[in-house]
Design a protein around this ligand. Structure first.
Ligand code: ZN
Length: 107
């Protein structure tokens, strides 16, 4: 399960931050739709009671012919809505970042 390995990396990163700051529990973390895998991986360690907060980024692409920037949507449509040619690149939507870790007792 792909999400499980991503959750493991998120948990490992957050636990490292907690350790550096001398915390024995992490109150908040921020990555993707991995809540179920996250709680499985976090069980029994410092992140046992941690809450995973997910910020989703919409997928946007750029047309190589007319430079239009458009939402890809779901299911993904990678053709330019203006000139009907394939998108040249994805501008957003591939990010997966651990943006913040809040320790228990921190503001
Ligand atoms: Zn176009």
């Amino acid at each position: 399960m792909h999400e499980l390995s991503i959750a493991a990396v998120v948990v490992e990163s957050a636990e490292g931050v907690a350790r550096v700051h001398g915390a024995d529990a992490v109150a908040g973390v921020v990555p993707d739709a991995l809540r179920c895998s996250f709680s499985l991986v976090a069980e029994g360690i410092a992140l046992d009671r941690a809450e995973l907060v997910v910020e989703e980024v919409s997928v946007r692409a750029r047309c190589g012919d007319c430079d239009a920037r458009f939402a890809v949507g779901s299911p993904a449509a990678l053709w330019c809505p203006r000139c009907d040619t394939p998108a040249a690149e994805l501008l957003t939507g591939r990010e997966l970042e651990l943006a913040e870790v809040r320790m228990a007792g921190s503001p």
